[in-house]
Design a protein around this ligand. Structure first.
Ligand code: ADP
Length: 364
């Protein structure tokens, strides 16, 4: 008479055609009864009416029939319960990635820098804020989460640099006292396009959090892609305690979309730290007269609408512009510039600020 072990061994060779893994490993074999040479096998399919059920049934029958002593094989097909299916999905997904950054009580403040639209200086603010925090003695990481439109390598003077890989762990590149990681470090040139769909972007983001040896950080700054989109959701799902810092210019066009980015953060359950108004004003280097090239009020509008503070107002200066192009951020190379002073003040305000959390709705 065949034994249960022999039958399981034979069934271990039968694969679920869609998942490509053994039906035993997937927990699809629910029951085996042996009555002399007559074997009864119950297989739980992952979905009802699975189009491949005929082929699984036939493979199971063939596998069991090949065992010496088996006279008849009866295959019953059922469907996995919701709990069984969830357990299977979790097993397939593998263990949840581990990183000290993902722990709820991690001391690292994760600050996602967002803007509604591109070109308002979000990356410039992120880079200079990171350097300003590092200059205060904090240990700071900077992850360029703008994967498709990365600009951190250029701004930080790291074009053409590649990170070291140590035992399958990536080491961030340290520049101006900040630990930096960017998609740009993996490409041959800055002009090479990255054409990835949302699931891959999410996976990449997760890996940049978990597979990079960030070390002990006080702050991890994320340079988010412009817009209100997916990356905010990825961030809050992976790191629920993360905080959003919103960058806008004084212009109406920019502030209205920036407001949407903040509203999106609240809806996704992310706290909002405050607003940075970039290109706030221009002080003439000759006569000292201040002019408002992009109008006024955008930062206040966003802050008031979201009930968060304006944490900084960064002037337009030539040193910022030059620094961006030359990979020499103003905060690192021209600390006496008006903008560098504004970034230092911004860092001080960020250290003190507490994120405003979304209010639970009455239904919750
Ligand atoms: P974003 O990340 O929002 O797309 P960037 O940070 O790349 O914007 O900035 C866009 C351009 O504007 C860069 O060339 C940068 O040097 C310039 N810029 C940003 N902020 C300022 C500023 N305060 N003064 C002068 N130029 C600035």
């Amino acid at each position: 008479m065949p034994t249960k072990d022999e039958i399981l061994q034979a069934l271990a060779r039968v694969k679920d055609p869609e998942i490509g893994r053994s039906i035993v490993e997937l927990g699809m074999v629910k029951d085996i009864t042996i009555d002399d040479g007559a074997v009864d096998v119950t297989i739980a399919l992952t979905v009802e009416g699975c189009p491949l059920q005929g082929s699984i049934g036939a493979d199971v029958r063939d596998a069991v029939r090949s065992i010496p002593g088996v006279s008849t094989v009866n295959v019953n097909l059922t469907v996995m319960t919701k709990e069984e299916l969830e357990a299977l999905t979790a097993r397939l997904r593998g263990p949840k990635p581990e990183s000290p950054l993902l722990e709820e009580d991690s001391p690292t403040r994760v600050i996602a820098v967002a803007s509604g639209k591109g070109g308002v200086g979000k990356s410039t603010v992120t880079v200079n804020l990171a350097i300003a925090l590092a200059r205060r003695g904090a240990s700071v990481g900077l992850l360029d989460a703008d994967i498709l439109g990365f600009s951190v390598p250029r701004l930080m003077g790291l074009l053409g640099e590649h990170p070291t890989v140590l035992n399958e762990t990536l080491l961030p590149i340290v520049q101006f006292g900040v630990r930096v990681m960017s998609m740009g470090f993996f490409l041959e040139s800055e002009d090479q396009p990255v054409i990835w769909r949302a699931p891959l972007l999410r996976k990449y983001f997760e890996q940049m959090i978990t597979d990079v040896h960030w070390g002990e950080l006080d702050y991890l700054l994320l340079d988010l892609p412009p817009g209100t989109g997916d990356m905010t959701l990825n961030v809050v799902q992976l790191i629920p305690r993360s905080e959003m810092l919103i960058v806008t210019t004084p212009q109406e066009a920019a502030s209205h979309v920036a407001l949407r980015a903040g509203a999106m953060a609240f809806r996704a359950g992310m706290g909002v730290l405050g607003v940075v108004e970039n290109m706030s004003y221009f002080r003439c280097p000759h006569c000292g007269e201040v002019s408002y090239l992009f109008g006024r009020g955008g930062g206040d509008m966003v802050a008031t609408s979201l009930s968060v503070p304006v944490l900084g107002r960064i002037p337009m200066t030539e040193a910022i512009q030059r620094g961006s192009d030359e990979g020499a951020p103003v905060m690192a190379v021209a600390p006496q510039d008006d903008a560098a002073k504004a970034f230092a003040d911004l860092a001080a305000a960020v250290v003190e600020a507490q994120p405003v959390r979304p209010q639970p709705t009455a239904a919750e």
